[in-house]
Design a protein around this ligand. Structure first.
Ligand code: WQD
Length: 340
């Protein structure tokens, strides 16, 4: 069964390609290489045993997406990762984010509109803002977005819901609200490839540990949390990748129709300082850190209630914080030795 994976050379996309193959699917990758490296195709080949089909395409190119639908008519599912995702950049360049994340979604949906397709969408726990009740469930109110990036996720969910409610499309849609994906594949052949200075916690930790950065700043230690640093629900990218397979399986069921949304996390929170400690315990490598000011826009604490995804997707995480840290570290060392 062919599955189109947009953004399939990115961090989460590439891990999902591997899990699709493990589950017997045939991934077809679409990526514009704007935030990914074509050599990831060779890395994927080392893991799955063959080079997957790849279309280099910017999904904002409407004619190009129509041509893709003609070239790949027999796909039975789409997993749509391709999007810009840097929160800070989205504040500085909102139109770039709105153009890219909406045009690509709409072009893709329109190109395959008449086909009965399963569509899995990458959403984010960012839609919850700072939840009043933790762990946060899917029923919690969506809060006004803190950034154009967050807004694109919220509005994309609305677009998909409106499309289903119109009754005019043949899609079945599953939206997955990711918490904080970290870690890398156990082979250390694929992982996160941040461009420039990492904005996210774990790549900053691994780059500091390997000596690429002098130290990491912990953004605030005066929050109302066990050690004063922010709490997030970190999830191993391989567990997250498997959630996409589970989402496809759900959508394939005859009794599944329409649209639904699921939290994809571990259900447990960890503090920033706790993550640094877990890294040190898992790897034996000390991380040079300092406490700094709070980062604008950060929520204090968020972790997900995963009851719904456990029950309805039949999925749950298998890998803990130590596995996340050791795999991220193995990848950092691999990429230092074998630059792409
Ligand atoms: C995690 C924690 C920081 C860097 C963002 C997006 C979200 C999602 C994932 C992605 C926070 C702290 C970080 C550093 C630090 N979407 N930190 N020092 O902000 O939870 O979520 O990425 O595509 O939508 O908002 O993730 O990794 O940036 O931060 O102390 O150098 O680590 O303050 O508490 P975040 P993050």
């Amino acid at each position: 069964m062919k599955i189109l994976v947009t953004g399939g050379l990115g961090f989460i996309g590439s891990h999902t390609v591997v899990e699709l193959v493990n589950a017997g699917y045939e991934p077809v990758i679409v990526d514009d290489l704007s935030n990914s490296d074509p050599k990831i195709l060779d890395q994927l080949a080392k893991i799955i045993g063959y080079k997957p089909v790849f279309h280099k395409l910017d999904l904002c190119d409407e004619a190009g997406v129509k041509a893709l639908a003609v070239a790949e008519p027999d796909v039975q599912g789409i997993i749509h990762f391709a999007a810009f995702k840097a929160v800070g950049e989205s504040v500085a360049k909102p139109l770039k984010y709105y153009r890219n994340n909406f045009y690509s979604l709409i072009n893709l949906l329109e190109a395959y509109y008449s086909k009965p397709l399963n569509f899995v969408f990458s959403s984010s726990c960012t839609v919850y803002g700072q939840p009043a009740v933790l762990p946060v469930t899917e029923e919690a109110p969506v809060q006004p977005a803190q950034s154009p990036y967050g807004n694109t996720k919220q509005i994309a969910e609305e677009i998909l819901k409106d499309m289903i409610e119109s009754g005019t499309s043949s899609y079945k849609v599953v939206a997955l609200r990711y918490f904080n994906p970290v870690g890398a594949h156990e082979t250390a052949l694929i992982g996160e490839l941040p461009i420039g200075v990492p904005q996210n916690l774990v790549p900053f930790i691994t780059q500091t540990a390997i000596g690429k950065r002098e130290k990491i700043t912990v953004f605030g230690n005066d929050y109302n949390t066990p050690d004063g640093s922010c709490v997030r629900d970190y999830i191993h990218v391989v567990d997250l990748a498997k959630a996409h397979v589970a989402a496809l399986k759900l959508a394939e069921r005859e009794d599944y129709t329409g649209y639904d949304v699921f939290n994809i996390g571990t259900g447990e929170g960890s503090t920033v300082l706790g993550v640094i400690k877990a890294f040190e315990n898992a790897t034996g490598v000390k991380v040079n850190y300092q406490i700094g000011a709070r980062r604008a826009g950060d929520v204090e604490k968020v972790w997900g209630d995963v009851t719904k995804s456990t029950n309805k997707l039949g999925w749950k995480t298998e890998l803990g914080l130590e596995a996340m840290m050791s795999s991220a570290w193995e990848w950092e060392k691999y990429i230092a030795q074998n630059p792409l």
